[in-house]
Design a protein. Structure first.
Length: 349
């Protein structure tokens, strides 16, 4: 553990480096400390912090910058979420306070708002849908060999997908499959509709000789509806944290943030990491499993919509971001998003 003065110096270095992105010298620290301390004393304390691996020297400059361990100490022990300006509160409330027709519209808008407010890359994952039930299923012919499958669920979401029918599947068999869905599967939760249940209802009992193709079609629609949808906004903001020498990695980074499964896994691991003093979890680039993220931090916050499940929102930004402001923003935003979703779900009670 550090002394109070050492903590103040570390906090000052991080705060100043976040603003200027330049190494911080002893005189700069001296002018910002709340107590009177000589420049020599500060240099001695900075030497202690350097020995502990919390700050480090860059090239020939006499200034210091925070290390990964320094940021981790700060996040675990010193960071304090800042209250947002009233204008930001009003902007969040205003942008969420408009009519939405589906859950995915609300969650997608959440990612956009977070990205716009921070200039970082934002992620928003829909709440888990364990108790969501099927309320309707339809197949609409589009052409001779194309159909659109439409699945409606009890939370008001509509899942639709276009499929090309195999040449050996006929319209009457498709209609029979639709009747089976309506008769047998409406009222069941998405988790209850397993491949074996589909095969039983559509294949063995009523599906006909081409039942396997129909089962695959219905299974795809159910799988898409049951999966937690991930929305990403602000990918272009990755450029803000990329130097010319890192440009070659930018394409790989873009592919990474657009890969829902990978990002969802990172968010899940981050949100389940060691609990801190606040509901927002921070994983530094050095703690993330992908080398492309070494200069970034991933902040995640879980939001809770009661019986409708839990979801996660996240921000990917530079390691030297203003954590106090961003943590304060995510803390407030997760609660506002939960309120909006609860209000939406209340329409279907």
């Amino acid at each position: 553990m550090l002394t109070e003065r050492q903590e103040l110096i570390l906090k000052t270095i991080i705060k100043d480096f976040t603003k200027t992105h330049d190494p911080v010298g002893s005189k700069t620290v001296m002018n910002q400390l709340p107590m009177k301390v000589s420049s020599a004393t500060i240099r001695n304390e900075m030497a202690v912090l350097e020995d502990k691996g919390l700050i480090e020297k860059t090239h020939s400059s006499s200034g210091r910058i925070p290390s990964s361990d320094g940021y981790r100490y700060y996040l675990d022990n010193l960071v304090e979420p800042l209250q947002l300006p009233e204008s930001v509160y009003n902007q969040i409330v205003s942008e969420l306070d408009r009519p939405f027709h589906q859950v995915n519209e609300i969650v997608q808008e959440a990612a956009k708002i977070l990205s716009d407010l921070t200039n970082y890359t934002a992620f928003a994952e829909e709440p888990e849908s364990h108790d969501v039930t099927v309320t309707g299923f339809r197949i609409v012919p589009l052409s001779n060999r194309q159909v659109m499958a439409i699945l409606v669920t009890s939370d008001g979401n509509v899942q639709n997908q276009v499929y090309a029918l195999p040449y050996n599947v006929h319209g009457d068999e498709v209609e029979k499959a639709v009747r089976m869905i309506d008769d047998e599967l409406v009222g069941k939760t998405l988790k209850e509709i397993t491949p074996s249940l589909l095969k039983k209802k559509l294949g063995v009992e009523h599906g006909g000789k081409h039942a396997s193709e129909l089962v695959s079609l219905v299974e795809d629609v159910i799988k898409d509806a049951a999966s937690e949808q991930m929305y990403v906004d602000g990918q272009i903001n990755l450029l803000n944290n990329t130097s010319k020498k890192d440009v070659k990695d930018l394409r790989s980074l873009y592919e990474l943030v657009d890969h829902d499964d990978l990002i969802s896994s990172l968010m899940d691991n981050c949100s389940k990491s060691k609990k801190g003093r606040y509901p927002v979890r921070v994983s530094l680039g050095s703690e993330l499993p992908n080398e492309l993220l070494k200069n970034y931090s991933l902040l995640t916050a879980e939001y809770n919509v009661g019986s409708h499940g839990k979801g996660v929102i996240a921000l990917l930004g530079p390691t030297n971001m203003p954590y106090s402001q961003v943590i304060g923003l995510l803390e407030y935003f997760r609660n506002e998003l939960a309120k909006k979703l609860l209000d939406y779900y209340g329409r279907f009670q």
